[in-house]
Design a protein around this ligand. Structure first.
Ligand SMILES: *Cc1c(COP(=O)(O)O)cnc(C)c1O
Length: 354
């Protein structure tokens, strides 16, 4: 705290990202990064873009990338907004669609950035309690609200909400914007994108960080009808017209062209997930059903926090949230088969020792 801080900064409780330690080599299963490298075609395009043209500003409208994403999803360029990671896109959404004094709704257990954006932009919110099995109770989103946001699959649980239930939430809240944060949708769920032309209040947010192995490039995007996209453009052009650099634009575009690589890597991650889930279940762990590139696990006899610390001592990083209802769970990202084998071996050692 300093006397020079603004009133807003004094009251902030910023998001705490998963650690990226530099002290030694860890098996990193704590931030849901993809274990596989980005598409080789994307890497080539980025190297080519890192040239003399960097003296020039990138195109502020990002037309090529937006067109490419639009083609992929059967939309028009006017239905696509791109930003510096979906975190930035989500922050812009809070400014673009929500108002102080009109509480928005999101689940009580969810992406912890939502309450942070809400407090930064003075948006009130009410949380909706997840069911005991961590599924999202769609019917509880049919109450008066100033807008709705939830991830599907949810984070950090990995649970997927059937598209039918998602559609019901969108349909029954036609006066409010419903944001579906699909950061993990490519790992087994069905996207709400195909509902966009039907519902003017639906905004779908996706990212290149998880299924496209480009967390380090920082690209996310939003899909929705033109009027919603225009609101995001207005916010962006009031903060920073060039949120995506030339290298990122080139890499992202090429990544979307390399469908074969995308299918192979996401398929591998889903197969690894299913294999690890079976192993952990037979070792006595409770595993929440996951349609994401991570799993949410708990052991009946050993406290999650203890397992978390011991894993760390063995060089394995996972994520532990010391929060009500989930403080006996660990979120474990799905790494490569070799990484997961090492994780399981260490975990067995820890649990058997106790
Ligand atoms: C990872 C994640 C994001 C942010 O992704 P970036 O595009 O890297 O900013 C957004 N929402 C959820 C639920 C996430 O887990």
């Amino acid at each position: 705290m300093s006397k020079y801080w603004s009133k807003v900064v004094r009251t902030l409780e910023p998001y705490v990202p998963g650690e990226q330690p530099q002290d030694k080599q860890y098996i990193k299963l704590n931030t849901n990064e993809n274990p596989y490298p980005p598409s080789p075609k994307a890497m080539l395009a980025m190297k080519a873009a890192a040239g003399e043209d960097l003296r020039l500003y990138p195109t502020p409208t990002c037309d090529d990338l937006r067109q490419c994403i639009a083609n992929y999803h059967g939309l028009t360029k006017e239905q696509v907004f791109v930003g510096n990671g979906s975190d930035e896109v989500l922050a812009f959404c809070f400014l673009a669609y929500f108002n102080p004094g009109e509480p928005i709704l999101f689940p009580d257990i969810t992406y912890s950035f939502y309450p942070v954006y809400a407090s930064l932009f003075h948006i009130d919110y009410r949380t909706v309690s997840l069911n005991d099995d961590f599924s999202i109770p769609a019917e509880k989103f049919l109450q008066n609200n100033g807008g709705i946001i939830f991830p599907n699959p949810n984070a950090p649980t990995g649970r997927y909400l059937e598209l039918e239930a998602v559609e019901k939430i969108i349909r029954e809240n036609s006066e409010r914007v419903v944001i579906v944060d699909e950061a993990y949708i490519d790992f087994g769920g069905e996207s709400a994108v195909r509902l966009i032309n039907q519902y003017a209040n639906l905004l779908v947010v996706q990212t290149f960080s998880k299924s496209r192995s480009l967390a380090g490039l920082r690209i996310g995007f939003a899909l929705g009808q033109g009027a919603l996209i225009e609101a995001l453009d207005r916010v962006k052009n009031s903060i920073n017209s060039y949120t995506l650099d030339r290298v990122a634009l080139a890499g992202a575009r090429e990544s979307f062209q390399d469908e074969a690589y995308f299918q192979t890597t996401r398929g591998k991650i889903m197969a690894t997930r299913e294999r690890v889930v079976a192993v952990l279940q037979s070792a006595g762990f409770t595993v929440v059903p996951s349609a994401a590139n991570f799993i949410f696990i708990s052991h009946p006899e050993m406290a999650a926090e203890v397992i978390f610390r011991q894993l760390r001592d063995y060089g394995v990083l996972v994520r532990y949230f010391n929060k009500p209802r989930i403080n006996n769970y660990l979120r474990v990202s799905i790494g490569s088969d070799e990484e997961m084998d090492q994780f399981v071996a260490v975990l067995q050692k820890i649990v058997h020792k106790s």
